[in-house]
Design a protein around this ligand. Structure first.
Ligand SMILES: [Zn+2]
Ligand SMILES: [Zn+2]
Ligand SMILES: [Zn+2]
Ligand SMILES: [Zn+2]
Ligand SMILES: [Zn+2]
Ligand SMILES: [Zn+2]
Length: 261
């Protein structure tokens, strides 16, 4: 059996949109920190001017630039979802066309440079052959998925650098916060995104990563608390049962209930 992966013990709900009850598609982050799929949010925003109420907490949220893309896409949530999907593909031993040998085989790895799956043999070739040496850092294999060592940091490093959304031949060093976190290159700062709130892409993604990592840790802690609470309740229950049994036997209460134990 596969070992638990870092996020497997996190409730599925964390990755679920509360409108369509499915895994997030293009998750948009609202100021109240609730997330919804872009396609789910679109009909709700229709006809709303300037503000709208969050479907979950009913908070009045400002619609940045009065359009859905004014809301940030949660890129880290997106990459975690991609990871979960890959994990499912590996664990279900799904048969896909391998990008290396073009055969339909069980896939055990994914190359973020090739943007495709690899079979066991082609994965080995991918990790040893000099021709694709620059792909080595961008491969996610079944064994990585099974380990506990995979962090958001590592996951982010697997992916290729972001490209400018206008000039796809250039790397995006900047991120336009005015346009909902669009990746932009330096040239764009003189053009389409002149005067916009531009931030270093590395900084923005690091901040988001830290925020999400904290949320994940909170969830794990919450789960631990619930488990220990259940343990306590079970203990108290067992004590009560034995007291009741004692009382029945002796006709009086022989065991003192110790509060707080
Ligand atoms: Zn949805
Ligand atoms: Zn909300
Ligand atoms: Zn292959
Ligand atoms: Zn590759
Ligand atoms: Zn550009
Ligand atoms: Zn912009």
């Amino acid at each position: 059996m596969a070992c638990p992966s870092p996020w497997k013990d996190i409730e599925d709900k964390f990755f679920e949109c509360s409108i369509c009850l499915d895994l997030f598609k293009e998750p948009k982050l609202l100021p109240c920190l609730h997330r919804f799929c872009k396609p789910c949010l679109e009909p709700i925003l229709e006809g709303q001017v300037g503000t709208f109420k969050c479907p979950l907490c009913k908070d009045v949220c400002k619609i940045p630039n009065n359009r859905i893309d004014g809301f940030k896409t949660d890129f880290h949530m997106k990459s975690m979802l991609q990871f979960i999907q890959l994990q499912k593909t590996f664990e279900n031993e799904e048969v896909r066309v391998c990008v290396g040998c073009s055969k339909k085989l069980k896939v055990t790895a994914y190359c973020f440079k090739c943007k495709d799956f690899l079979c066991v043999q082609c994965y080995q070739f991918h990790s040893t052959n000099k021709m694709v040496a620059d792909h080595r850092e961008n491969v996610l294999a079944l064994k990585d998925v099974e380990g506990k060592s995979l962090t958001l940091e590592k996951l982010a490093s697997l992916k290729e650098a972001l490209r400018c959304h206008v000039h796809t031949e250039f790397q995006a060093q900047l991120c336009c916060c005015t346009c909902g976190n669009l990746p932009v290159c330096v040239t764009c700062t003189y053009g389409k995104h002149k005067g916009h709130d531009l931030q270093d892409v590395a900084n923005v993604s690091k901040e988001e990563r830290e925020r999400l990592q904290k949320r994940l840790e909170e969830l794990v802690k919450l789960k631990e608390n619930v488990t220990s609470l259940t343990d306590k309740i079970n203990k108290v229950n067992a004590e009560l049962t034995s007291i009741v049994a004692d009382t029945k036997k002796n006709g009086k209460c022989s065991t003192k209930i110790r509060p707080g134990s």
